[in-house]
Design a protein around this ligand. Structure first.
Ligand SMILES: Nc1ncnc2c1ncn2[C@@H]1O[C@H](COP(=O)(O)OP(=O)(O)OP(=O)(O)O)[C@@H](O)[C@H]1O
Ligand SMILES: Nc1nc2c(c(=O)[nH]1)N=C(CO)CN2
Length: 493
């Protein structure tokens, strides 16, 4: 049989317990007390309390709650105590089960009397045994196991079984404490593990959230930019709306002026009432014709419904030209064009009268342009006509038309104006040719491209056929008769 290890063996001779040192109460600073060394280690390594939420198996040997672990002694002490119990259990003559530690505990609960270790008498303070087997009595157990070998304990069993039982019970209590401590540590380790897992999960989540945040802030920036752009668009649209409203107002005012009865074209000479039909009636007939019943077709700005010779009339053949003609800033074009103030004579004033001097003639002049800024060209031409003594009284609609005769050229913008002038027909032709030249017209191919083309469609009621002039214009009917002139004059060519 192997001898049990001596739990009392102390590697440090200075701390070898003696009966004297054991009598010193704990914590009184005795240099050679075994409790001093144990106590120091207890504070540094085993100083902890079980957390309140830690569900440990209730210990039947547990004393009153509130006993702290630092009363249990050092880890080594507890471990050795446990080992001692094992050793004790292995002794055939000292069966620990026969020692009935439970009974011993109960037996000692009232407080044991001091019995000298190793059989020596030593009176211990009563309080050192009275708390519990897990409390101060543990220290006694530690002292006991350090001082008493198993055989001695067996011997004690015969001499003082009560105390022996108590020692054994203390040792078992220490072992349980150690077990609880191990459980507590493993519980802590488990918690650490759980927390580490949680930390990993949280950190992954954090990464995801950070990515989300980045994505969202990028999206936010894009949305802000879009919003800004939309706001700018809205502002532009508002500005354009405002400008268009003004333009409409201006047009209305202009139209209103023309429609006011007193707004006749006072030419300062004979007041000859005028109607469109006077163009074609014999001189002898009265020139006053009421225009009230004159029906004007509803032409629209830039409407492309002008019939083109040898081409079927239809929007399809001209639709592309309409877009081409409309610039990015149609408003600017309209504003830059004088005739824009009365672009389209959609309605004739019911009772308007034009007063003509007997020497003045009412004329119809066609305008065409397919080079450069066509609207500006029109505007310029009209200004020059006015300056030259051709008084514009009404403006026709603008028409975007496919080129006739010479088709391989840009689309034309066509219109016509009614005017009065003192110029005779050939004088008028000369003035118009000069304006064409002044505006950059050069001798080019017949029916070819040009910044401005001014043709006399009608000269009063006259029919003129000379080398240089044919009135009404011979090809007028083919080109624009069914377009601006039809609506303009109310006649069919
Ligand atoms: N009613 C008219 N209006 C303008 N020019 C006319 C008229 N009748 C005859 N002409 C003559 O036609 C000539 C050619 O006119 P223009 O220079 O404008 O040629 P075009 O533009 O190529 O042809 P068009 O004007 O007949 O389409 C002019 O020099 C002019 O003398
Ligand atoms: N649609 C159209 N075609 C043309 C025009 C014009 O005014 N409109 N003028 C020309 C030159 O005499 C040749 N062709």
């Amino acid at each position: 049989m192997q001898d049990p290890p001596n739990p009392n063996k102390n590697p440090n001779p200075k701390t070898n317990p003696t009966p004297e040192t054991q009598n010193f109460p704990h914590g009184q600073g005795q240099p050679f007390s075994i409790r001093s060394s144990c106590h120091r280690r207890a504070h540094s390594e085993v100083h902890f309390r079980l957390p309140e939420d830690l569900d440990l198996v209730p210990d039947p040997f547990e004393g009153p709650s509130g006993s702290s672990f630092d009363e249990l002694g050092s880890e080594d002490d507890l471990f050795c105590t446990y080992m001692d119990i094992e050793k004790l259990g292995s002794r055939p003559d000292e069966d620990p089960s026969s020692l009935k530690p439970d009974n011993a505990v109960h037996g000692s609960s009232g407080g044991g009397c001091g019995v000298d270790l190793e059989g020596e008498k030593n009176v211990r303070p009563r309080h050192r045994y009275s708390n519990s087997v897990d409390g101060s009595s543990i220290m006694e157990s530690i002292e006991a196991k350090k001082a008493m070998a198993p055989d001695k304990l067996a011997e004690l069993w015969t001499l003082d079984p009560k105390r022996a039982k108590r020692i054994i019970a203390n040792r078992q209590s220490a072992a349980r404490s150690k077990e609880r401590k191990a459980r507590y540590i493993s519980e802590l380790e488990r918690k650490v593990q759980t927390l580490q897992t949680e930390a990993t999960t949280l950190s992954a989540q954090l990464t995801l959230f950070q990515r989300d945040t980045t994505g969202l802030s990028t999206e936010n920036t894009e949305l802000k930019l879009r919003l800004h752009a939309m706001e700018q668009q809205a502002q532009l649209r508002d500005a354009l709306n405002e400008a268009l409203k003004k333009e409409v107002e201006r047009l209305k005012i202009a139209t209103g002026e023309m429609m006011t009865p007193k707004d006749t074209y006072n030419l300062g000479m004979h007041h000859v009432p005028y109607t469109q039909s006077s163009y074609f009636q014999p001189q002898s007939q009265p020139r006053q014709v009421n225009t009230q019943n004159m029906q004007m077709p509803q032409f629209h700005l830039f409407q492309s419904n002008m019939p083109i010779p040898h081409q079927p009339m239809g929007a399809a053949s001209h639709s592309h030209a309409f877009q081409e003609m409309l610039p990015q800033d149609p408003l600017g074009r309209l504003q830059g064009l004088d005739i824009g103030s009365s672009l389209c004579f959609l309605h004739s004033a019911p009772d308007s009268h034009v007063e003509l001097h007997s020497q003045e003639q009412e004329v119809v002049i066609a305008l065409g342009s397919n080079v450069g800024d066509r609207l500006s060209n029109f505007n310029h031409a009209l200004q020059l006509m006015k300056k030259s003594g051709i008084t514009i009284i009404r403006h026709g609609c603008l028409y975007e038309t496919a080129p006739a005769y010479v088709t391989d050229q840009p689309h034309f913008l066509n219109s016509a104006v009614r005017a009065v002038t003192k110029f005779g027909p050939h004088e008028l032709l000369g003035v118009l040719k000069k304006i064409e030249k002044d505006m950059g017209r050069t001798d080019g191919i017949r029916y070819g491209p040009r910044p401005i083309d001014l043709d006399i469609l009608f000269y009063g009621k006259f029919r003129i056929n000379s080398d240089t002039l044919t009135v009404p214009r011979e090809n007028m009917g083919e080109t624009i008769c069914n377009g601006p002139i039809d609506g303009f004059t109310g006649i069919r060519c």
